[in-house]
Design a protein. Sequence first.
Length: 94
Amino acid sequence: MAIAGVVLPFLLGFEAARLLMPELSLNTELFIAATMGATSVGISARVLGDIGQESSAEAHVILGAAVIDDILGLVMLAIVSGIVVSGGVSLGEV
């Protein structure tokens, strides 16, 4: 499920960039899409704290998934940044 939390915002961000700003380069569209994949554990923790549920088992699951989601988002951003800087990707070098 954490992967869907990264892939879906990426795809939606990419399509939004293409539709709203068609003059952008593919590299810029990829970078915009990658930034959409990053979420905030802080927001989830704050909401759980505000409703007094930060110590519940459900909160631990939510925060654990949010951390995994953030890690995947940062990895995706690093990959896209590497592609943009190098100008492409070669599967032999991955």
